[in-house]
Design a protein around this ligand. Sequence first.
Ligand SMILES: Cc1cc2nc3c(=O)[nH]c(=O)nc-3n(C[C@H](O)[C@H](O)[C@H](O)COP(=O)(O)OP(=O)(O)OC[C@H]3O[C@@H](n4cnc5c(N)ncnc54)[C@H](O)[C@@H]3O)c2cc1C
Length: 320
Amino acid sequence: MAEKVIILGSGPAGLTAALYAARADLEPLVLEGGQPGGQLTTTTEVENYPGFVEGIDGTKLVDAMREQAKRFGARFEYGRVVECDLSQRPLTIGVADPFDTSDEAKAQKQLETQTLIIGTGASARYLGLASERRLLNKGVSACAVCDGALPIFRNATLAVVGGGDSACEEALYLTKFASKVYMVHRRDQLRASTIMASRVEKHEKIEVLWNSVIEDVLGDEKVEGMRVKDVKTGATRDVELGGFFLAIGHDPNTKFLKGQLKLDAQGFIEVEHPSARTSAAGVFACGDVMDPHYKQAITAAGSGCRAALDAEAYLESLAD
Ligand SMILES: Cc1cc2nc3c(=O)[nH]c(=O)nc-3n(C[C@H](O)[C@H](O)[C@H](O)COP(=O)(O)OP(=O)(O)OC[C@H]3O[C@@H](n4cnc5c(N)ncnc54)[C@H](O)[C@@H]3O)c2cc1C
């Protein structure tokens, strides 16, 4: 028999959708994917989620959200969706082993559902350096708004890698805390809009390292610097740092959709704002997978609430 609501993803978006759908007696089934709890499980302290005066460990926060949703009847399964048919009723999804992350992973079972809520997140891009991975959360971050205000970055020299609008926003944001911010960009001009580029270039605390790429992030226990290569001359130099931020984009986790929903140019799911409705009837999207801009736990949770309320209204309309 078809489920009433299946939710893909157990980050703040999926878990909030699960809480609201469960409290509406829709007995949602949550498929957790390869990262149960989502991105917050990869960080330590979350200081900007309302309600926690002293901050809260990211994993503890999502664990509490999961328990809260379970209390009202949400069901959880490990499973990663690798295919779906959203063109017919009921909707069908093909579920593979969550820990087989290869593109060739095959569906081991098919599930049917009347509504689908997609909260599969977006993965930050990294440079792929071993040092960057080793120093993640020890001075390496892919989110200035999340981490910039942490004590380790205050009055430190920081670097932001990237040259688009997001990189400019992150660099400008970090000037509130840092003593100096380097922007490292591989070309000789920023890709950002003119206004953002000009704000960056005029800012007294920001120095842009043009035509530059990162060879390595330096430090044993924490970030202590970066090795930068000038792509024109081939010369390298080491620069002392207290923090290293990536702002080179995100990849929304939408491969399994294979053209079934309308996506924007960067691959984020398009929704009919302010609702969570997508281009397919009965399919709703929430969290980072539909949000190219804010990408915060609280905005993900808020949109998860909208998705569940929209799914509930849709189910009621089917019953009319
Ligand atoms: C290191 C780090 C620190 C951060 N710190 C903060 C912070 O301090 N404050 C803050 O507000 N935000 C912070 N963020 C951002 C925040 O984590 C995200 O905005 C938030 O987690 C997005 O929630 P989400 O539910 O949309 O997606 P995610 O948390 O990314 O969850 C996605 C879920 O979808 C699942 N999934 C993916 N593909 C599939 C599939 N095919 N089938 C089934 N399931 C699938 C995954 O397993 C996962 O459970 C941080 C992010 C990172 C990486």
